[in-house]
Design a protein around this ligand. Sequence first.
Ligand SMILES: Cc1ncc(COP(=O)(O)O)c(C=O)c1O
Length: 304
Amino acid sequence: MTDYGANGIGFMDGEYMEMKDLRIPVTDMGFQLADMCYDAVHIKDGKFFRLDDHLDRFAEMIDKRRFTTLGFDRDAIAAVSHGCVARIGLKDAFLMLIATRGVPASAKKDLRTCQNRLIAWATPYHAIVTDEEMEKGCDLIIAETIRIPLSSVDPTVKNFGRLDFVGALFEAYDKGADYAVLLDSEGCVTEGRGWNIFALRQGVLLTPDSGVLEGITRKTVIELSGALNVEARLARITAQELKTADEVFLSSTAGGIMPVKSIDDTNIGDGGPGPVTLRLQDLYWKLHDNPDFNTPVNYEAAQA
Ligand SMILES: Cc1ncc(COP(=O)(O)O)c(C=O)c1O
């Protein structure tokens, strides 16, 4: 079976390497406890999109996770980001930045004795939905599995502790869908594996106000909605409100703005991407050419 990242270039423990050589010890608490955080950035036409926002968010996550022994500051992480993308040498790429707790010094597994680890890799650009779903829309279910409460795990720190998403996805597969959105314990919409969600109702664009990752694409959509004269609002959204919305779409660095065509077998709008979704998609990709939002990749970093 081909690994989707087989052609990637990685970085770990101070070295660049081929993706196949990127291996963490099974004793790393990032594996054993999902004690890690990550960010994902995309590169289009040789330029990172909103790199500063991603680096700021990643630095905040590292602080929140108390990864004090990482040994890479924001500038060093930026250099590794350029280093990975330059080495893969592609104009359209995807970059993962991961910090793990690392391996504890003794069997007591005192987390304060770990040497935190920075891992990064660049792969060819990919979306999390297929080309057909991007064009026609995705089928979504509202899962019975509840999102891990934010009082247990802070969802603003992107992490791989995702068994709630796994349970929800198998609910979706069992119902013939490929995507699941999770509710919180009060029955309000949160997010899914790898994306935030938006609902257009009565001309207002709504997205969950809490219990979610504060996505960079979500932020971009909110900023762009002004250009369309569409009000965007952070809100509590019930399952019923989501299902009866005029338009629904997902937002993620891995795909941008991705239309939803049905929820729990009920068509959204006409059962295809709605006009506001399509206009936002267009503005989103055009924004990538704006120098205020992009950073050219230093391809010469491959020589360093
Ligand atoms: C749980 C979750 N929510 C939302 C998002 C979207 O965030 P962004 O727009 O920054 O890619 C992601 C991205 O991977 C995610 O994992």
